[in-house]
Design a protein around this ligand. Structure first.
Ligand SMILES: Cc1cc2nc3c(=O)[nH]c(=O)nc-3n(C[C@H](O)[C@H](O)[C@H](O)COP(=O)(O)O)c2cc1C
Length: 370
């Protein structure tokens, strides 16, 4: 039994948001202790070579990353990397700080191995995040993604300017940037997935990126778009057309769902986005549909309901080149990353695969359209 298995019942008597803040606070504390980080890294952050991935011009030491929303203000990236994550996505940040929705806004559903949240992008703003990442960069030996969006009070017409502003601020400290148009807790945000609006947004962001790249020795950072699991097959096709035309570097699939697959009673009534086990199948369908339509032209980061190594492997076989976890990490604790990495390595060895890349998309045809 590991320490987290012992500590979890205590942590779980606390209000979920307090427990979350405590955990991030602890990781932030560890992040400022280089010797402790080095010890952790030696014990936890060595993954087998076959799990390394080259994608979007970046080298990922392993294919399992942390999803956005856990470390919104980039307080804990060094400790998260030391736990074994192959990449860390911080944010969502908005140009200006904002408090998010009023509490209560996070619920655990242990019977379903799920969470429901309506946080609403509580964050300290892009400048604070950029300063922190700049200071911590040397302590994070894996790619860092920054997830960006608009402020809640920014009207739809001015949304693109908010994303551009965020891009300008985080560009020097991000290895890749994620355009979040899929969180369900900011009114109107998911409307930006509609083809004409997405096209306009990506055009503005691409222009800004070209400008920023020219000003910083010419390197164009990868830009990804994060999509919702609630799009119909046709809506997804339209999103993909725009993404291919605008040459985005990859897709993150998926965010939380506003649907309630398998939930009954009070749990099904809670407001916000559902994550964890009940999201697994829905998000796999989206990953597989994207893979079938793009056949590797667009790397996919698969996220949604990964609670075990088997789940991560299934997501990769559905078409994901890389995967991310959030709810599985909350339930599994700090040892979760290592468990998934070791399990994945064994599954690949069992199937005679020398590299994780050989498994990508091999079962994409198994999943029905979303
Ligand atoms: C409490 C909470 C906060 C989240 N905040 C964000 C966010 O700020 N930006 C974002 O793109 N996704 C956010 N997400 C979604 C996750 O990044 C991920 O896409 C989703 O939870 C599905 O993965 P999972 O089933 O492994 O949790 C959040 C999820 C949770 C549970």
């Amino acid at each position: 039994m590991d320490l987290y298995t012992l500590a979890r019942p205590i942590l779980w008597t606390m209000d979920p948001e307090r427990a979350h803040r405590l955990a991030v606070g602890l990781l932030a504390h560890v992040s400022r202790r280089p010797r402790l980080l080095a010890t952790l890294r030696r014990r936890l952050a060595t993954a087998p070579d076959r799990l390394a991935v080259e994608a979007m011009g970046l080298r990922f030491p392993n294919c399992v990353g942390l999803a956005a929303g856990l470390d919104k203000d980039a307080e804990a990236a060094p400790a998260l990397a030391a736990l074994g994550f192959g990449f860390v996505e911080v944010g969502t940040v908005t140009p200006r700080p904002q408090p998010g929705n009023p509490p209560v806004r996070l619920w655990r559903l242990p019977a379903h191995r799920a969470l429901i949240n309506r946080m609403g992008f509580n964050n300290q703003g892009a400048p604070a995040l950029a300063t922190r990442l700049h200071e911590a960069r040397a302590l994070v030996p894996v790619p860092i993604g920054v997830n960006i969006a608009k402020n809640r009070d920014t009207p739809a017409e001015a949304a693109a300017a908010d994303y551009v502003r965020c891009l300008e601020i985080v560009y020097p400290v991000a290895d890749f940037v994620v355009i979040n148009v899929s969180s369900p807790n900011t009114p109107g945000l998911r409307g930006l997935q509609e083809a004409p609006l997405l096209d306009e947004l990506l055009a503005a962001v691409n222009d800004a990126r070209a400008r920023l790249a020219a000003a910083t020795a010419g390197t164009e950072r990868p830009l990804l778009v994060k999509v919702a699991p609630d799009l119909t097959a046709q809506q997804l096709d339209e999103v993909l057309d725009v993404c291919l035309r605008r040459q985005v570097s990859g897709i993150i699939a998926t965010n939380t769902t506003v649907s309630r697959p398998g939930l009954r009673g009070r749990a099904a009534e809670l407001p916000g986005g559902l994550s964890g086990a009940p999201l697994f199948e829905l998000s796999n369908r989206v990953v597989a549909a994207i893979y079938r339509r793009t056949r590797g032209r667009l790397p996919i980061i698969g996220v949604g309901g990964i609670m075990s190594a088997q789940d991560a492997y299934a997501k990769i076989k559905a078409g994901a080149s890389l995967v991310q976890v959030f709810t599985g990490f909350v339930y599994g604790g700090p040892g979760f990353v290592r468990t998934v990495l070791e399990g994945l390595d064994q599954l690949l060895a069992r199937d005679g695969l020398g590299r994780v890349e050989q498994a990508v998309g091999v079962e994409a045809d198994r999943w029905p359209d979303p």
